[in-house]
Write a protein that binds this ligand. Structure first.
Ligand SMILES: [Zn+2]
Length: 185
């Protein structure tokens, strides 16, 4: 938008058929949408115009959000982190169970799988505690944890049904979950 357009947009601008030229009342004068569109004497208060102005206003709001970067509330970011942590724990639990039943899995492999599981459980616990500290009720936190597990089993069933080998799919899932955790507060 040029500076000229900006100037033009400040006025109603409707043709008045008078020698004075377009209406010079402020845009949206006397209507619910001050600053946008026609004044009330030039159709600004009509239903269609009100609706159009509301859309313009909504678009401007959205554009200004996009410019400043949408700020995610800390609680939202924390909830996302908890979802991911829960899913990552579920993934680590699955891996541990798999190596434990493996006939000749090296002791070190079992040990490290166990370590990863404990670590992820600790992290999940930490996020859950932060949620409660932020005033989220514990039954709500429990519901979020169930949702995280459901999210994980959904991902797992999708990749398994597609026939992607576990050795290939699990690290990919884990990497994406870890990325989500990186963005946590
Ligand atoms: Zn006017």
């Amino acid at each position: 938008m040029t500076t000229n357009d900006d100037a033009k947009d400040r006025f109603c601008g409707a043709n008045t058929r008078s020698k004075k030229g377009p209406c010079r009342r402020p845009a949206g004068w006397g209507t619910s949408h001050a600053g946008i569109g026609r004044c009330k004497f030039h159709g600004g208060a009509s239903e269609t115009h009100e609706k159009a102005a509301a859309m313009t206003m909504a678009r401007r709001e959205a554009a200004s959000l996009a410019l400043t970067g949408v700020q995610v509330a800390p609680t939202e970011a924390l909830l996302m982190a908890l979802y991911s942590a829960v899913a990552l724990t579920a993934s680590a639990r699955e891996r541990l169970a798999a190596v434990q039943v493996e006939a000749n899995a090296p002791a070190l492999t079992v040990e490290s799988a166990h370590k990863v599981f404990v670590e992820s459980l600790d992290r999940q616990q930490k996020y859950a505690e932060s949620c409660v500290r932020l005033g989220i009720e514990s039954r709500q936190v429990a519901a979020i944890e169930r949702f995280g597990e459901a999210m994980m089993s959904l991902m797992v069933s999708v990749v398994d049904e597609l026939g992607i080998p576990k050795a290939k799919s699990r690290p990919v899932i884990a990497a994406h979950l870890a990325n989500a955790l990186d963005e946590a507060p």
